[in-house]
Design a protein around this ligand. Structure first.
Ligand SMILES: N[C@@H](CCC(=O)N[C@@H](CS)C(=O)NCC(=O)O)C(=O)O
Length: 234
């Protein structure tokens, strides 16, 4: 277990595993695998159990497209929204007296600039605004994908579903689930995902009711601004 707030991602020992100073990092059989999508594919291939990738080339290409979007678009978006609502409160509390030192510890310059923007401007930062618009589009795309099948790539659960689950879950934790109030297909898909034992195994493993309460509070406070952003984008 790593404690980001205690600086565990920045220790030389951890940076040897993951030079980007981010989680997750998988160490399996003495080998290090980083990047969540690469870890997911590795787990699918390295462990016994039901395949988590469609068997046909087109299904696999579609799955990889979801994963690419998750990595390139949805993750930065949910990061900006989480930091622009909830995390900025914690950062200002913990690092308010030495914010410049806090920013300069972030190794990647783009990430550093984005962090400064969301901490200082909150949900109204251009990154968080764009994040909301991108995540709304993700929900619309989920709706279209599940209009005639239970999961994103067909009848079976795949890494495509797994790759977007954290983003829908985070919107839900931020009480932004009203973003899919008019998308009943998304609600049905999300109910299906939530009913899976794997979801509880992951999200239930580290219960933190106080964090859940603070996420919810931050999301509720941001709701009017989020509504305004979505109206402006419509
Ligand atoms: N592309 C990387 C991104 C990982 C990433 O951004 N992780 C975030 C948490 S979701 C993190 O560790 N952030 C460190 C921080 O906020 O200080 C991956 O998919 O593994």
């Amino acid at each position: 277990m790593l404690d980001r707030d205690a600086g565990d991602l920045l220790t030389p020992d951890y940076l040897r595993f993951n030079p980007n100073a981010v989680v997750p990092t998988l160490v399996h059989d003495g080998h290090v695998v980083i990047e969540s999508l690469i870890i997911m594919a590795y787990i699918d291939h390295a462990f016994v159990g039901p395949a988590l990738s469609p068997g046909d080339p087109l299904g696999r290409a579609r799955m990889q497209m979801w994963m690419k979007q998750a990595d390139e678009k949805y993750l930065p978006s949910i990061g900006a929204v989480t930091y622009g609502t909830f995390r900025r409160r914690e950062i200002l509390e913990q690092h308010g007296d030495h914010l410049e030192a806090y920013y300069s510890d972030i190794p990647d310059p783009d990430r550093r600039a984005q962090r400064r923007s969301v901490v200082e401007q909150g949900i109204r930062s251009p990154h968080a605004r764009q994040g909301i618009v991108t995540l709304q589009q993700m929900l619309v795309d989920i709706k279209a994908a599940v209009s005639d099948q239970p999961y994103l790539c067909g009848a079976a659960y795949s890494l495509a579903d797994a790759s977007v689950t954290p983003f829908v879950s985070r919107l839900n934790e931020l009480a932004l689930d009203w973003m899919w109030a008019d998308l009943p297909g998304v609600r049905r898909w999300w109910d299906r995902i939530r009913a899976r034992a794997s979801l509880d195994a992951v999200f239930g493993a580290f219960p933190n009711p106080d964090r859940i309460r603070r996420l919810r509070e931050a999301g509720l406070e941001a709701r009017p601004a989020v509504e305004e952003i979505l109206l402006g984008a419509a």
